[in-house]
Design a protein around this ligand. Structure first.
Ligand code: MF3
Ligand code: CO
Length: 255
């Protein structure tokens, strides 16, 4: 069963999404060489609590922080730390979720620390473009995997245009969201269109492609959370929470 939200409930989810957008904006504004990912975590927690919301990651299956801060070859679920201090040229993905009046928002951005190589910037741009292509496929009457397919096709289009290849991470993907962070359906970031449930008004889906500059193989570190590329290549992650409406996609976590 996929949770369907009424228009009023989607308004409430939008409010939650705006809290996440504000928390991410505050984190992004603080990203610079010398800042630790633990400091970024504190900023996000403060913004969320000031808005009367609750961090959704904190305590989720025992996760110890408000954000995930994944640096360079870390793909997702990097745990913020005092000892992880950002350096010029790092590429960091920040993922954040909040609960406001019972409704969840979930969003991620990838940010250059100072200046990164053109290849790293292109990786982040390709991942963001793939997310945007997925969002455009959020159409009433379409199928879930139309989104998956649009993401994969966007990556291939970027690869062909640039003469680069990217790994599309397979083990992780998007998900339904609403009264919980992770709900049905799971959304792969690749695959054939026209499969899975039909998209109906009131569904909400977190769309979150993860790309690497190498291949798609991942490993989990001994901390039980941090997911890294097996080949050590850098990764990027972009995410928005998107509602299906008769007027098209509504990006609930857009500022
Ligand atoms: N935000 C991640 C996702 O997009 C989930 C984070 S898991 C947590 O699905 F444990 F860190 F919360
Ligand atoms: Co998510």
């Amino acid at each position: 069963m996929i949770e369907l939200k009424s228009p009023t409930e989607l308004e409430a989810m939008r409010a939650a999404g705006l809290v996440v957008a504000k928390a991410l904006a505050d984190v992004v504004a603080a990203i610079r060489p010398g800042v630790s990912t633990a400091e970024l975590d504190e900023l996000a927690a403060q913004t969320i609590r000031d808005a009367g919301a609750v961090p959704s990651f904190l305590g989720y299956h025992g996760y110890p922080a408000t954000i995930c801060a994944s640096v360079n070859e870390q793909i997702v679920h990097g745990i913020p730390s005092r000892t992880q201090v950002l350096s010029e040229g790092d590429l960091i993905s920040v993922d954040c979720g909040a609960i406001l009046e019972g409704w969840h928002g979930d969003s991620a951005v990838t940010v250059a620390v100072g200046t990164v190589t053109p290849e790293d910037q292109a990786l982040s741009d390709a991942t963001r473009a793939a997310m945007e292509a997925g969002i455009k496929a959020v159409v009433v009457g379409g199928h879930l995997t139309d989104i998956s397919h649009a993401i994969e096709e966007s990556v291939h289009a970027t690869e062909h245009a640039s003469g680069t290849t990217y790994g599309i991470v397979r083990e992780y993907g998007g998900h339904g969201i609403g009264t919980s962070m992770h709900m049905e359906p799971f959304l792969p970031n690749f695959g054939k269109p026209g499969k899975g449930p039909r998209l109906r008004p009131g569904m909400a889906i977190a769309i979150e492609p993860m790309l690497t500059r190498g291949d798609e193989a991942t490993e989990e570190l001994a901390d039980g959370w941090t997911v890294v590329t097996a080949d050590g290549s850098r990764a990027a992650h972009w995410e928005h929470t998107v509602a299906v409406t008769d007027d098209g996609p509504w990006v609930l976590t857009a500022p």
